[in-house]
Each structure stands twice: as C-alpha cells, then as structure tokens.
Design a protein around this ligand. Structure first.
Ligand SMILES: [Zn+2]
Length: 71
C-alpha cells in the first residue's frame, strides 16, 4: 500500500475504499483530531485523523449530498 493511503470500509455501502491523507493540509493543522471529508460515490464521509494521521473516528455526512454531481 502506498504511503499516506488509508483503507476503510464505507459505513454507507460497505465497500472498501482507499483515500489519500492530505498530508500538506495536515501540516497546517494545529488541533487534532481533524475532520477530513472523503467523497465516495454519492455520499460523503468525515474521517477524523489524530496527530499521527491515524483514523480516530468516522462519521457519515448525510446533509446536503443528494443531487450533487461530479465535476
Ligand atoms: Zn460508500
């Protein structure tokens, strides 16, 4: 697995997803855990990363995702 890539099971559709840790963004972060929004298909997940870039918690973002189209 490439460095900085995270694996998790999507809590919405139960599929495996890989997503990249935004390391440059995390360098600017002073407080942890920090929420990182991960888009998966038509839904969004909020992954909380701690200061070691480990996954601390995951939330499903429900609000305002319907009807959103890919760029
Ligand atoms: Zn999903």
């Amino acid at each position: 697995m490439a460095e900085g890539l995270k694996w998790m099971q999507c809590p919405v559709c139960k599929e495996s997803i890989y997503w990249e840790v935004p390391k440059d963004e995390l360098k600017k972060v002073k407080r942890f855990p920090v929420p990182v929004v991960v888009k998966h298909k038509d839904h969004y997940l909020i992954c909380y990363l701690d200061s070691h870039h480990q996954l601390a918690d995951t939330e499903v973002a429900i609000v305002g995702v319907e009807g959103k189209s890919e760029k």
